[in-house]
Write a protein that binds this ligand. Structure first.
Ligand code: AGP
Length: 617
């Protein structure tokens, strides 16, 4: 999705903006641009450079004379109008040399068509196809005598979602920013201030930040910032120092962020477990849940909401909650939830799961539940993000910054977060102390076992090379293995662009078996559990139709004459407690997807058409 960065201070803005935009590339975009306030006093003018394509194309095209100490930059993900130079942000109220206002905007203005019509009727010539351009005109036409007032007045006319940053030649010392549904943070430096849609854009300059809330406006000058409600009454927000290492936003010696983040999984897993396991009582301690045992005992149902991979890991989490806490649980795509007018039950615990904490569909689901009086907790990675702040309590995932679009370490920590939650709920209810201790021992072994799976990278890379040749693949599993198959297929299609479809193994013969042939491999999840024999029987049906098979399994699972036939590849993962199998079965699928994409020569961290956090509906 679109990215925003803004700078006001003593340095030249353009290099800071361009570097910030480079750090936002993982969000997904198709054009980029920057605007600076050049000159001073009454001679202040706006300079704009923008173009379709990559940030590096923009950097190469920047005019030599592009000086200015206040500016805004943007990476655009096309919504209104195609990706071209004109539609790229910033948008201005007039051609650049006459412009007084420049605006960058994330989100969607729902009443843009009506506003465009109104402006055109009033004689305004609109240059672009975008919704954003109307904002530049509304700010320019406002009669308020401060930039904050002009922005506030303009925002009053629009419906929709936004994160915006605005500069104006009449107010050359400041940027005014505002948020409604699209994340924005303010960064505080030494006599310089930043605004960005993502910490990644500014983390090398500062880790002292304030998160804007929906409905807030912020005014930034070199010496400080002030926050307001839309009616310009103060919200007096202050900044806090985040505990993050700026270096963790760099790929370092790794060829991609995805590879770095996969390899970080053992350490990330240790972090999410640290201090939360109680061997004595065989339970987990999750202080952030804010729930008394009495309230936990009153839970009759658990409903998990997330999108994409977070939804699939939510399905794994529902399995854990049912198995360990014996509470009926299910997961649902947050993007669908609020559109079916869901019944919100007082004795249901709702759980929102999100790496970014900014996924709009998940955020809106949380707001729908809370509006109807339900209790929601969050499993979120990004501290201080919108979903984390919106929930009644929660579990931070401590995976560290995840930059690659394809989520790996955050998903692993989501699974572990669910395991901790299920353990704590279970121990307040009917899980025995012996079972609690058994699971604690299993959880403690997991980081080392993830390391063992990662050590199989060479063999998995060779296998991935063969899978990459297929245009279409199946990923199949049952019960605990089914969400693993869904996540495996998701990862594979996201970065290899191959058609990868997940199915319950048991459902194959009800339809998809018709597609199985030599050209369509199947990756089958076959843990050594109570369903192993039935799984193997289904594999015979695939082999009988000459379908190539990759079986992700445990040592000791007997594949019978499939092994002898030679057409079957085995990937063996370490054994743990059965309830914890899903995560160890998932890690090799990440490596398969990664190496298939690499073999196909794709840009792994920036897959086509995808964005790291999806902040528009
Ligand atoms: C994961 O590989 C995907 N990029 C995507 O499905 C992601 O999990 C989804 O968009 C949810 O993101 P979130 O965890 O930030 O809410």
């Amino acid at each position: 999705m679109c990215g925003i960065v803004g700078y006001v201070g003593a340095q030249q803005a353009a290099p800071i903006l361009v570097e910030g935009l480079t750090r936002l590339e993982h969000r997904g975009y198709d054009s980029a641009g920057v605007a600076v306030l050049a000159g001073s006093g009454s001679t202040t003018a706006i300079k704009v450079a923008k173009r379709a394509g990559r940030v590096r194309d923009l950097a190469e095209a920047l005019p030599k004379r592009f000086a200015g100490r206040v500016g805004v930059g943007h990476t655009r993900w096309a919504t209104h109008g195609p990706a071209n130079d004109v539609n790229a942000h910033p948008h201005t109220d007039a051609p650049a040399h006459h412009a007084r206002v420049a605006v960058v905007h994330n989100g969607i203005i729902d009443n843009a068509a009506a506003l465009r019509h109104r402006l055109t009727e009033a004689g305004v010539e609109l240059a672009s196809d975008t919704d954003t351009e109307v904002l530049a005109h509304l700010v320019a036409r406002s009669s308020a005598d401060t930039l904050e007032g002009k922005v506030s007045e303009a925002l009053a006319a629009i419906e929709g979602t936004y994160g915006i940053a605005v500069v104006h030649t009449d107010f050359p010392d400041r940027i005014v920013a505002a948020r409604n549904g699209s994340p924005l943070i303010i960064g505080v430096g030494e006599r310089e201030m930043f605004v960005a849609s993502d910490l990644a854009a500014i983390v090398r300059h500062t880790t002292t930040v304030a998160h804007l809330d929906d409905g807030e406006i912020a005014s930034l000058t070199a010496t400080g910032f002030t926050t307001y409600r839309q009616d310009l009454t103060s919200t007096a927000k202050t900044a806090t120092v985040l505990d993050v290492d700026p270096a963790s936003y760099d790929a370092g010696e790794h060829e991609s962020f995805m590879r770095k983040e996969m390899l970080e999984q053992p350490a990330a897993a240790e972090r999410v477990l640290r201090g939360r396991l109680d061997e004595r009582f065989g339970t987990a301690h999750l202080g952030g849940l804010n729930m008394e045992p009495r309230e936990i005992r009153a839970i009759r149902r658990v409903k998990i909401l997330g999108c994409g991979s977070a939804y699939y890991v939510g399905q794994m989490g529902a399995g854990l909650v049912e198995e360990l806490a014996r509470i009926p649980a299910d997961a649902e795509a947050a993007s669908e939830f609020r559109y079916r007018n869901p019944i919100i039950e007082p004795d249901t615990l709702y759980v929102a799961v999100s790496q970014s904490g900014e996924t709009i569909d998940t955020l809106l689901a949380v707001q729908e539940i809370r509006r109807k009086g339900g209790r929601v907790i969050g499993l979120v990675n990004v501290v201080g993000s919108a979903i984390a702040r919106e929930c009644d309590g929660g579990i931070y995932l401590h995976a560290g910054p995840e930059v690659a679009v394809a989520s790996t370490k955050a998903l692993t920590n989501m699974f572990l977060g669910f395991a901790l939650l299920a353990l704590q709920l279970g121990r307040v209810r009917d899980l025995s102390i012996a079972d609690g201790r058994r699971l604690i021992a299993g959880l403690s072994r997991l980081p080392g076992q993830i390391e063992e799976v990662l050590a199989q990278e060479d063999a998995l890379a060779a296998l991935a090379g063969r899978l990459a040749e297929a245009e279409s693949l199946f990923f199949v599993g049952r019960v605990r293995g089914y969400p693993v198959a869904r996540e495996g297929a998701q990862k594979f299609k996201e970065i290899s662009y191959r058609h990868a479809e997940a199915y319950q193994t048991s459902e194959l013969k009800h339809g998809p078996l018709a597609l199985i042939c030599e050209a369509v491999p199947t990756v089958a999840i076959v843990p050594d559990d109570e369903l192993a024999d039935r799984n193997v029987a289904a594999l015979h049906e695939i082999a009988a139709r000459r379908g190539p098979l990759v079986v992700v399994t445990h040592d000791g699972v007997v594949l019978g004459d499939l092994d002898a036939s030679g057409g079957v590849e085995r990937v063996v993962v370490p054994r743990n407690e059965r309830e914890l199998d899903p995560i160890l079965l998932t890690v090799p699928l990440q490596l398969l997807a990664y190496h298939a994409a690499r073999r196909l020569g794709h840009d792994i961290d920036k897959p086509r058409n995808l964005a790291k956090s999806v902040t528009v509906e």
